[in-house]
Design a protein around this ligand. Structure first.
Ligand code: MG
Length: 331
């Protein structure tokens, strides 16, 4: 692309087929912004801004304000100087800019997805997981994530017991607390997982427990990571590049969950990952095919340990098909 682009954007809303329940509450509608850059030679780049403000990014309103105040013609300089307070915008604009190196019309065809085996499928919270895993298994998923910290711990431990004895051998299971456990509860979960590993011929692997404690309790998680065999992954604690660098600097050597859609600038993320060789799991922000394509590209480049990517979330939405195309044409 040359250095001047015509810039256009469109807000969108997508309803979840079933409400997404985590420790942060219920999520029913995904809102975001699709953007398009055209250069003088006719090349087109698509980008997507998909913030999750309760996870640490800017709000949709802040992203919209940023888009509205931009001129119709923008430059590299504008794209690469978006402030760190707007990480989802940094991702959206930079990935549109990178997209420009190849010609695409509109990505309404499913984007190239590696075999589902390398995807982690998201199970619904609670005992619904017991009935849902099989559909995902049939689609080829071998890694699952289950949300914990949503209900009382005694209740969840009972479902967990059933779940691990229901899932087939060689399955990997991730537990995601979304920062919803107390220090005592986190100890109990980690102790339970360690015990399973030690005492039982468990045919499946508990791959990690994600974000057991709230973001403010980094030291607590650092301690827990040293006291148990079961690995801990940080997610909410490392939502943006600044947080990622800070946690690494304070000694975190466990897993980092990276959500490219809100982490910030892809070029700076590349630099960080290449320099520090962190153990990263790449994960979705319930974006459309546009951001997903850019995020999966980053995952393919930067994954060190071949961990399944957390993009197995298609079953939470209607099929995209021509939805994106009509969003653009009808506005
Ligand atoms: Mg998580």
């Amino acid at each position: 692309m040359t250095n001047d682009y015509r810039f256009e954007f469109r807000p969108y809303q997508r309803r979840f087929l079933r409400s997404l329940t985590t420790n942060h509450g219920n999520w029913n509608i995904r809102e975001g912004i699709i953007l398009r850059l055209n250069d003088e030679s006719g090349k087109v780049g698509w980008g997507e801004i998909a913030p999750i403000s309760w996870f640490g990014s800017e709000t949709l309103e802040q992203a919209l304000d940023f888009c509205r105040q931009l001129p119709r013609e923008i430059t590299d300089e504008i794209i690469f100087s978006i402030p760190d307070e707007l990480p989802a915008c940094q991702f959206g604009f930079e990935s549109a800019w990178e997209w420009g190196s190849e010609f695409f019309s509109m990505p309404n065809a499913p984007c190239p997805i590696p075999h589902a085996q390398s995807f982690s499928g998201l199970l619904p919270a609670g005992k619904a997981a017991l009935n849902q895993w099989e559909t995902l298994w049939q689609k080829g998923y071998r890694t699952f994530k289950w949300k914990i910290g949503v209900d009382a711990i005694a209740h969840e431990l009972k479902i967990f017991e059933l779940l691990i004895h229901t899932l087939p051998a060689f399955t990997k299971l991730r537990l995601d607390a979304n920062g919803g456990l107390s220090y005592e509860e986190a100890n109990l979960w980690l102790w339970t997982c360690d015990n399973l590993k030690a005492n039982e011929e468990l045919p499946l692997e508990i791959e990690f427990i994600e974000q057991p404690l709230p973001v403010e309790q980094f030291q607590g998680m650092l301690e827990l990571s040293m006291n148990y065999e079961t690995v801990i992954a940080l997610d909410e604690s490392v939502a943006t590049l600044g947080q990622l660098a800070a946690c690494h600097q304070q000694g975190w050597r466990g897993i980092f969950v990276i959500k490219p859609g809100i982490v910030g600038s892809p070029s700076r993320l590349r630099k960080f990952c290449q320099q520090h060789k962190i153990d990263a799991v790449f994960s979705s922000v319930f974006e459309t095919a546009i951001a997903r394509q850019a995020a999966l590209q980053l995952a393919a480049e930067l994954s060190q340990n071949n961990r399944a990517v957390g993009f197995g979330i298609d079953h939470f939405f209607e099929q995209e098909d021509t939805w994106l195309q009509s969003l653009w044409n009808n506005l």
